[in-house]
Design a binder for this molecule. Structure first.
Ligand code: 13P
Length: 255
């Protein structure tokens, strides 16, 4: 850990991959190697699909540094919302984290900043830890709108945080052009974006913003993880494709 640094978080977003048996198998392979020591003091969060949360949470029950999270939920306690899933239902399966603002939900499923803000505040209020994802598209970056997009997404999502919830918030900077493309943000691009996000968080939350972990996501692989983790203001990684295989995810956790 860098001096004064936060405890790093390495998170796996399994997206819409794996049947229950496959998820259980990968989780069990990870469990064998993830003693407290091999997790290197790092916190690990796994986001399986809804149908696999119970199985994965079962494998890691009682583990001191591995948590399980939900990729999505509907921001209401219960009600007539056909096809939706509540946080109470997810908590009941063993989820303690929730993702909000993932670019696939913003750009494929049409989630707006307003909905992302509502979901972020709701999950924190319900006692969940939240990983809020932000990030620009290639067109926005090329148009010189990086700062504008990051400010809009961060300011709207953090505008109405419930009291005493800051300790449960993490932000993941995921440039949309780096997700699933094999193009990783170079150290300069990642440094610049993470510094901008840290400045925004400090502006919005004051000094308390120093303790909000900022993770990098987008084509993280075993061979670039260590370099990314060493950068200032990179407090962890959110991994998609390379987290599906237990060996490559373990290499990233231990990078
Ligand atoms: P990849 O690691 O597959 O680029 O996905 C990143 C991501 O979207 C994690 O949430």
């Amino acid at each position: 850990m860098k001096e004064g640094g936060l405890r790093k978080i390495v998170a796996a977003n399994w997206k819409m991959y794996k049947t229950r048996g496959e998820a259980e198998k990968t989780a069990s392979e990870l469990r064998v190697s993830m003693t407290e020591e091999t997790a290197g003091g790092r916190r690990v969060v796994i986001f399986p699909s809804f149908t696999n949360i119970a199985a994965v949470a079962g494998v890691f029950a009682g583990h001191p540094s591995v948590s399980v999270g939900a990729q999505n939920f509907y921001p209401a306690v219960e009600g007539a919302f056909t096809g939706e899933t509540s946080l109470n239902m997810l908590r009941d399966l063993g989820a303690t984290w929730a993702l909000t603002g993932h670019s696939e939900r913003r750009h494929i499923l049409g989630e707006t900043d307003e909905l992302v803000a509502r979901k972020t505040a709701f999950a924190l209020q319900e006692g969940f830890s939240v990983m809020l994802c932000i990030g620009e598209t290639l067109a926005q970056r090329e148009a010189g709108e990086l700062d504008k997009v990051l400010s809009r997404q961060t300011e709207s999502a953090l505008a109405a945080l419930p009291p005493d919830s800051l300790g449960r918030l993490a932000i993941a900077y995921e440039p949309v052009w780096a997700i699933g493309t094999g193009k990783v943000a170079g150290p300069t691009e990642a440094l610049e974006a993470h510094a901008a996000v840290r400045a925004l968080v400090l502006k919005l939350l004051g000094d308390a913003g120093r303790s909000v972990p900022i993770l990098y996501g987008g084509s993280v692989k075993p061979d670039n993880a260590a370099t990314l983790l060493e950068l200032d203001n990179v407090d962890g990684l959110l991994v998609g494709g390379a987290s599906l295989n237990s060996q490559s995810f373990l290499q990233i956790v231990n990078a």
